[in-house]
Write a protein that binds this ligand. Structure first.
Ligand code: GDP
Length: 147
């Protein structure tokens, strides 16, 4: 069994319909080990997206993440990382709309920055991101099963 961090971005959390649809997709497809809403601070957003700090969209992205409540999940399933990324669809919403019209980013994304949701891209990323977003979660409980 694999684990992943899923984050619903603030514009989705503000939209009751979109939030419910995304939560339903998650509940249907994964075991949820933890879930919470949270305000992401400047420091947290900069730490979370450190790998993008030289990108042109970094300020836009970290500002978005601070702009309201996010909703975070620790997901678990077989092939959890790829499964959640497949449900989300391509990073770029414009591409998502044309290539995978039923994916979550196509349905609920508004722009390349406000692309609805985040998912870890590897087990290493998942463990790092979960430690940032869920510092209270005892990762050792499941990390040994996560390959
Ligand atoms: P992800 O793993 O699919 O979320 O994609 P990345 O790790 O490459 O990028 C992280 C986040 O940065 C994405 O989810 C987008 O919100 C944002 N992002 C990535 N590429 C672009 C871009 O070209 N323009 C803008 N505005 N935002 C981007």
């Amino acid at each position: 069994m694999e684990i992943s961090l899923a984050l619903l971005k603030p514009h989705v959390v503000r939209n009751t319909y979109a939030l419910q649809q995304l939560k339903t997709q998650i509940e249907t497809n994964f075991n949820i080990l933890a879930a919470k809403d949270l305000r992401i601070t400047k420091e947290l957003s900069e730490c979370f997206y450190a790998e993008h700090k030289d990108k042109f969209f970094y300020y836009r992205l970290t500002s978005l993440m601070q702009s309201g409540f996010c909703y975070a999940f620790i997901l678990q399933s077989e092939s959890c990382i790829q499964k959640w990324r497949n449900l989300m669809g391509p990073t770029k919403v414009f591409r998502a709309v044309y290539t995978e019209p039923e994916c979550l980013r196509s349905l609920y994304g508004l722009s390349d920055t406000r692309n609805a949701c985040h998912g870890s891209d590897s087990t290493v990323s998942a463990l790092r991101e979960i430690a940032i977003v869920f510092p209270e979660f005892d990762i050792s409980r499941v990390a040994s099963q996560s390959k």
